[in-house]
Each structure stands twice: as C-alpha cells, then as structure tokens.
Design a protein around this ligand. Sequence first.
Ligand code: SF4
Length: 69
Amino acid sequence: MRIGIDPGACEGNAVCEALAPMVFELDDRAQARVIDDVVATDGSVPDEHRPLVERAAEGCPRLAIQISR
Ligand code: SF4
C-alpha cells in the first residue's frame, strides 16, 4: 500500500498519530508524516498496517490521507 499525505490539507491536529501511532507521527513543523521504520525500500507500507491506516484516513478531519493499492 502507498500512503500520501496532502501537506496543504494537513492541519497537524495529530488525529492520525492517535489512531495509528505505529504509522504516523508529526514532524517538527506539526505536519503528519509516515514513520520511516514502516516504509519499505520501494516506498510502500506493508499491508499489515492497512486497517489502522484506513481508520486514520477516515478519521482525518481534513481528509489529507490518501491510500493507494
Ligand atoms: S489527522 Fe489529518 S490533518 Fe490531522 S495531522 Fe493527521 S493528516 Fe494532518
């Protein structure tokens, strides 16, 4: 699965981090990012995280998280 975060939409409220703390974190500018440890060398994120990532995407009040494949 690929995860995209729209930096123009993210307002840094950390809902994604609260819902899926093993996948998302806020950077030092309070922008959501995917934690490096869960990103494979090809840029994908293992599907084992999909349920929580979907929950975070649905919970994001700005709909800033996109999931593909
Ligand atoms: S829940 Fe959405 S708006 Fe909030 S930090 Fe995460 S990506 Fe940004």
